[in-house]
Design a protein around this ligand. Structure first.
Ligand code: ZN
Length: 261
């Protein structure tokens, strides 16, 4: 299977997974990059996965409909125009014999779901893929709309149980901005400094910093490191009531909202 990040708008990526013949796309906020990729690679669009209702994730659904062979899957807890099959926790979807699990991951929005692609033993060397929408970003996490900090904390905690080599496909290229905040939270984290240099280099070349991995995020993302002493100390200087993961996460999210690099 091949994974592509199709740039859309200024900082979105539409993720495409394909086997050389059939493709799925995740959160097509725009149809144009998808149609261009289908045409240039000679692919058929087999199905579409949607993580949540925001327009930059669903804006291309109507224009893609005539090119789509299968259904559009989307969150059960939502009324998104263009979604055919509503799915939630415990459901799994088949894509060319590969299993795609659905996890309920509210927090950014109340309706947000995440898709976890698990390759079987016939496809050795393929780590799991996480299509996490606006839940987790590299070095950061989504803002809170109608979900809660506690929900988002639980979602990210669950992601941390995935294998370290899990490929994390976030929707937005916010990495460099997020890293400035990460450095403020953990000034002594040398992994963050090294990662920032790598990401600066990629951006100078016009390349995405994504996908990332769970192991990378566990090393550099303060929102995934709420049990680390330095993160707890910084969060407590910014309003965390105690050292619990939930309190630390909530304070970090609030701090980040007002953070100016
Ligand atoms: Zn969103």
């Amino acid at each position: 299977m091949n994974l592509l990040a199709l740039p859309a708008f200024t900082d979105n990526y539409i993720w495409m997974l394909h086997d050389g013949q059939k493709a799925l796309v995740v959160d097509p906020g725009d149809s144009a990059p998808v149609l261009q990729a289908l045409q240039s690679l000679g692919l058929e669009l087999a199905l579409i996965l949607v993580t949540h209702r925001h327009p930059d994730h669903v804006g291309g659904l109507a224009a893609l409909r005539p090119h789509l062979e299968g259904p559009v899957y989307g969150p059960a807890n939502s009324d998104i125009i263009g979604v055919d099959i509503k799915v939630g926790e415990g459901v799994y979807i088949d894509f060319l014999g590969t299993r795609v699990d659905v996890w309920d991951t509210p927090g950014h929005t109340a309706d947000h779901i995440t898709y976890v692609v698990r390759f079987d033993l016939s496809q050795p060397g393929q780590p799991p893929l996480l299509f996490c929408g606006d839940t987790l970003f590299s070095a950061g996490c989504g803002r809170l709309y109608d979900g809660t900090a506690e929900q988002l904390f639980q979602a990210l905690s669950r992601f941390s149980t995935l294998p370290g080599n899990t490929t994390v496909c976030c929707t937005h290229e916010y990495t460099l901005d997020n890293l400035r905040f990460a450095r403020a939270v953990e000034p002594q984290n040398t992994d963050t400094v090294a990662y920032e240099l790598d990401c600066l280099h990629l951006r100078q070349l016009g390349k995405p910093t994504l996908p990332t991995t769970i192991a990378t995020e566990m090393a550099i993302n303060p929102f995934m490191r709420c049990a680390q002493p330095q993160v707890i100390a910084s969060a407590q200087q910014h309003g965390a009531q105690d050292s619990s993961g939930s309190a630390v996460f909530t304070a970090l999210r609030q701090w980040k909202n007002n953070f100016k690099a």
